[in-house]
Design a protein around this ligand. Sequence first.
Ligand code: FPP
Length: 247
Amino acid sequence: MSWKDKINMDKLPQHVAIIMDGNGRWAKQWGKPRIFGHKHGVKSVRETAEAAAELGIKYLTLYAFSTENWNRPKAEVNALMRLLVRTIHKETKTLHKNNIRLLAIGDLYSLPKITLQELTNAIQDTAHHARMSMVLALSYSSRREITNAAKKIAQLVASKEITADSVDQNLFESFLSTHSIPDPGLLIRTSGEYRISNFLLWQIAYSELYFTPKLWPDFRKEDLYEAIVEFQKRERRFGKTSEQIIK
Ligand code: FPP
């Protein structure tokens, strides 16, 4: 029996976020350079996006490159940027086929011009798709996103456009790059690491966290289904008691 048959379609997470980790270790297992792992990770991206869209998940956010990743060896960063350009270009047809809209969050202007161009094109070309949104986190840092929001709010208060008293969670959220996207119900991290690594720190306040030892290039549809089944076993209380939830 497939994990898919165990999924309760009425209790799907609206938004799944994934920290795709383990590409380097996967390549090492094969005695290959790290980029070999990133290249094979593209198949996992395709499979996961298709599986999520087929199920009816509305948002899939993938942590593809953090601001800290800029500190990797130049050759790896360059190879990853080239891979991103090629992948976005090639996979736009997968997005069309599955009616998926592409979005991106992060410090996109720090990306090489050609990467940003390819990304912008794909975002524009897929803007009409409505089955699912796939959000790529690129050159993303959650602390930076939160700091930028705080800075913008401070400027509005300083210029008296808003009062300090009017700053609440809703207003704060509206300054985050994810402002039109619901918070993730489920956050998955592959490769057996138990860390959040500066990813969606505000947005995962009440997300269910799921860690799997699978390395990202080995992650397939079944692994997503399994994570969703596990998500559905959890009782999401949002700070309330069990009794209040059952009522
Ligand atoms: C983490 O593994 C993975 C990355 C930093 C890059 C992920 C990129 C892709 C899968 C390529 C294309 C993606 C898209 C969305 C178009 P790691 O290198 O940190 O692995 P390690 O922890 O084993 O060293």
